[in-house]
Structures are given as structure tokens and as C-alpha cells.
Design a binder for this molecule. Structure first.
Ligand code: SF4
Ligand code: SF4
Ligand code: SF4
Length: 198
């Protein structure tokens, strides 16, 4: 990415967000002398930010391509000419990710905060109570023998519950592009545990 350094990313890294990140950096670096770089980059950053926030519109990807090509051709120095590269490179190999953000309001990497929700799979939750104790906003509803669920209104998507749910349960999941399933009634959430004593 520019300096000859190599960054290794996996499927949890959102490509439109990677492009946004690098453009944000380069926008600060622009000296402002020429329009394709100064204004073009600013517009590209705005479009990419919208896309990662679920506010992307039909035609935004094409507009980004146009702005990128203009900067490559008309910017005065190497900074402006190369500034669209992170966008063009990620678009070339991961166009489907851009389209998912714009058309389906879905982040395939489950990374863009505005496009994901945390959800507890009732079939996997053991009501161990760990996530409820760690949630900083009190968004998790549950009890010792009650399958837990998340109050989406209170959830700030900090990810703590996702991290602390024990690997043997892995009940907390991230979803994107689909509605959060409705909560189960309390009677369906009660866990009857077998007594250890016979
Ligand atoms: S392309 Fe170079 S000269 Fe033009 S605004 Fe960007 S940094 Fe300045
Ligand atoms: S993501 Fe954070 S705020 Fe939301 S339910 Fe989990 S721990 Fe609570
Ligand atoms: S940590 Fe996991 S298993 Fe335990 S209550 Fe929360 S969601 Fe359920």
C-alpha cells in the first residue's frame, strides 16, 4: 500500500472500508494545489464513507470510478495520481463487496458497524450469563436458566458479547443484510437443566 509494505488481511476485513481508510489518510496529505486531487479525493472519501455506513446509492460505484480515473489522469503529482489505487484495486478484486454494501445494505465481512447486528442464537445459548455481565450498556436480557437475547435499541455494537461467549457455545453471531429474528417468548427461552443428583 504505497510504501512497499505488505498488509495481510482475511475475510473479516471489509474492502470498501479499507479503501475508505487509505483515502482518509491521503486526503489529509493532499497539498490542495490541484482540483482532481483536492476535490476529487474529498468526494471519493464522502462516497466511500456513505457506502460503509449503508448510505450508498445506485451509481455511487460508477461515480467513484470516474473520480478515480480523473485523478489518475489529471492530478499534478504522484500522490494524487496514485491516491485512487486502494479503491481501484479493491474494486477490481472485490466488486461484489461494494455491490453488497450499496444494493443489499450488507457488509459481507461483517465489519461495518452500521450494517451489522449482534444476535444470540437461541439454539446455541446455554444461559451461562457471561455476556450479560460484560455488556457495557445492559443490552442483554436473560437469566440463569433463561436463554439470553439482545435489546437492539440499547446495543452499541461494541462486540464484547461476541468475544466473551465461550467457544463451546459460540451463541453470539453477527448478521448483516437480514432482519434480526424476533425475540422468543419467555416460556420458550427457559432452560430446564438436568439435576446432577439422582
Ligand atoms: S496531486 Fe499533488 S499537487 Fe495536486 S493537490 Fe494532490 S498533492 Fe497537491
Ligand atoms: S455488542 Fe456490546 S452493547 Fe451490544 S449486546 Fe453485545 S456487549 Fe452489549
Ligand atoms: S455468553 Fe453465550 S452462552 Fe453464555 S449467556 Fe451469553 S450468549 Fe448465552
Amino acid at each position: 500500500m504505497g510504501s512497499g509494505g505488505m498488509i495481510v488481511m482475511d475475510e473479516d476485513t471489509c474492502m470498501p472500508d479499507v479503501a475508505r481508510y487509505f483515502l482518509d489518510f491521503l486526503t489529509d496529505e493532499s497539498c490542495g494545489k490541484c482540483v482532481p486531487c483536492r476535490e476529487g479525493m474529498r468526494q471519493m472519501l464522502k462516497l466511500l464513507t456513505n457506502i460503509t455506513q449503508g448510505k450508498g446509492k445506485e451509481g455511487d460505484i460508477e461515480l467513484l470510478e470516474e473520480l478515480a480515473e480523473t485523478a489518475q489522469e489529471a492530478a499534478l503529482c504522484a500522490l494524487g495520481k496514485s491516491s485512487p489505487n486502494p479503491f481501484l484495486s479493491t474494486l477490481k478484486y472485490f466488486r461484489d463487496e461494494y455491490e453488497a454494501h450499496v444494493k443489499e445494505k450488507r457488509c459481507p465481512a461483517l465489519s461495518c458497524k452500521e450494517l451489522i447486528a449482534y444476535y444470540i442464537d437461541p439454539a446455541k445459548c446455554n444461559a451461562c450469563t457471561t455476556c450479560g455481565k460484560k455488556c457495557p450498556t445492559g443490552a442483554i436480557i436473560g437469566g440463569k436458566n433463561l436463554i439470553h437475547m439482545i435489546d437492539q435499541e440499547k446495543c452499541t455494537k461494541c462486540g464484547t458479547c461476541f468475544e466473551v461467549c465461550p467457544p463451546k457455545f459460540r451463541a453470539v453471531t453477527k448478521i448483516s443484510g437480514v432482519p434480526v429474528p424476533p425475540p422468543l417468548p419467555e416460556e420458550a427461552r427457559t432452560i430446564v437443566r438436568e439435576s446432577k443428583q439422582k
